[in-house]
Design a binder for this molecule. Structure first.
Ligand code: DGY
Length: 321
C-alpha cells in the first residue's frame, strides 16, 4: 500500500520523525502562510493536513479534500476551521489544549502588569530622553494588588489567570457560558456575575473565551461605556472578540484607561490602523503561547494527533463532537 501524503503549512519546532515513519511529508517552508489556492491544490492529494491558525480551512477546502482523513491544528483555538464541514465528512480535527495554558496566562498577566504600570510607555519615554528628574506624578498607573479582575471565560486559561490573581489578593469576578461548580469557585476565590456587572465592577477585564458567532464583537461601544474610566482591558484570546473601532474610540476618548492586546482584527494589524497611534495601548503580535518549551509541546501534540488520524485511531485531542 502506498504511503499517505501529509502537508504541513509551516516549519515546526519539533521532530517530524514519527510522521515520516508512516507518511510522505511536505512542509511549506516560506515565512508567510501558503496562499489559499496553494492549499486548495494541495488538499486534493493529501491524507493529512497539519495547519496553523493563519490557514483558513473552510468548507470549500474541506470538500475538495477527496482523500483527506485528518486535520491537525497547532493551536488550542480552531475558529479558522469549519468544524461542521469536517464532521460531515467524518474528518477528525485535532488541536493542542493544556500545554499552552500557563504560557498564555503568564503572557496575559505580563500584559496586565505592563498596562497597569505603563511599562511600555515608560520605556518609550526614557529612550526619548524625557526623563529629567524624579516627579511625584510621573507616569502614574493603577494598583494591581487588591484590585478587581473580571475574567471573561473561566476555561483553562481563565482559571490560570484566576490562580495568578489570587496571589495578588485581587477580587475575582467571572462570566462563563455556564457557571462553574462551587468547589472550583471556592478554590479560585471567583464570583460568578452577569457580564454587565463584571464590566462595571472590574478594574481589569481579561478575555479568555473562544471566538464563536456569540462572542464576535462581544466588546463594542456599549460594553466600553459600562467600564470604569480607570479600567484596563487585556485580550489574548482572539482579536475579533473586540470591535477595533469601538476600542479606538474608548481609548482615544478616555472611556477606559488602557488596553493590552496580543490579538487584533485583522491579523496582522494594518499599518494604517489608528490603534497604532495610541499611547495607552500595548499591542503584541499574537505571541502569548510563544515560550520555546510551549511551542515545542504544541508541535509535538499536533504531530501526535496527525499520526493517530492517519492510523485511523481516535485523536488524543479531538474537537469534533
Ligand atoms: C491558540 O493556540 O489558539 C493561540 O492563539 C496560539 O497559541
Amino acid at each position: 500500500m502506498s504511503q499517505p501524503n501529509v502537508f504541513i503549512t509551516r516549519r515546526l519546532p519539533a521532530s517530524l520523525d514519527p510522521l515520516k515513519a508512516l507518511a510522505s511529508v511536505e512542509v511549506w517552508t516560506k515565512r508567510q502562510p501558503p496562499p489559499y489556492d496553494v492549499l486548495l491544490n494541495k488538499i486534493q492529494a493529501i491524507d493529512g493536513l497539519l495547519c496553523l491558525l493563519t490557514d483558513p480551512i473552510d468548507r470549500s477546502l474541506i470538500e475538495a479534500g477527496n482523500q483527506l482523513r485528518v486535520i491537525s491544528q497547532m493551536a488550542v483555538g480552531y475558529d479558522n476551521i469549519d468544524i461542521p464541514a469536517a464532521t460531515e465528512k467524518r474528518i477528525p480535527v485535532g488541536h493542542t489544549p493544556d500545554v499552552l495554558t500557563d504560557a498564555t496566562a503568564d503572557f496575559a498577566w505580563a500584559l496586565l502588569m505592563a498596562a497597569a504600570r505603563r511599562v511600555v510607555e515608560a520605556d518609550r519615554f526614557t529612550r526619548a530622553h524625557q526623563w529629567q528628574t524624579w516627579e511625584p506624578d510621573l507616569l502614574l498607573g493603577g494598583n494591581i494588588a487588591g484590585a478587581t479582575l473580571g475574567i471573561v471565560g473561566l476555561g483553562r486559561i481563565g482559571q490560570a489567570m484566576a490562580r495568578r490573581a489570587k496571589g495578588f489578593d485581587m477580587r475575582i469576578l467571572y462570566t462563563n457560558q455556564e457557571r462553574c461548580d462551587s468547589a472550583l469557585e471556592t478554590a479560585l476565590n471567583a464570583e460568578f456575575v452577569a457580564f454587565d456587572e463584571l464590566l462595571q465592577a472590574s478594574d481589569f477585564v481579561t478575555i479568555h473565551t473562544p471566538l464563536t458567532p456569540e462572542t464576535h464583537h462581544l466588546f463594542g461601544d456599549r460594553q466600553f461605556q459600562q467600564m470604569q474610566r480607570s479600567a484596563v482591558l487585556i485580550n489574548t484570546a482572539r482579536g475579533t472578540i473586540v470591535d477595533p473601532e469601538a476600542l479606538y474610540r474608548a481609548l482615544a476618548q478616555g472611556q477606559i484607561a488602557a488596553a493590552a492586546i496580543d490579538v487584533t482584527e485583522p491579523e496582522p494589524i494594518p499599518a494604517d490602523s489608528p490603534l497604532l497611534t495610541l499611547d495607552n495601548l500595548i499591542i503584541t503580535p499574537h505571541i502569548a503561547s510563544a515560550s520555546r518549551q510551549t511551542r515545542e509541546k504544541m508541535a509535538t501534540m499536533a504531530i501526535a494527533n496527525l499520526v493517530a488520524g492517519l492510523r485511523g485511531e481516535r485523536l488524543p485531542h479531538c474537537v469534533n463532537p
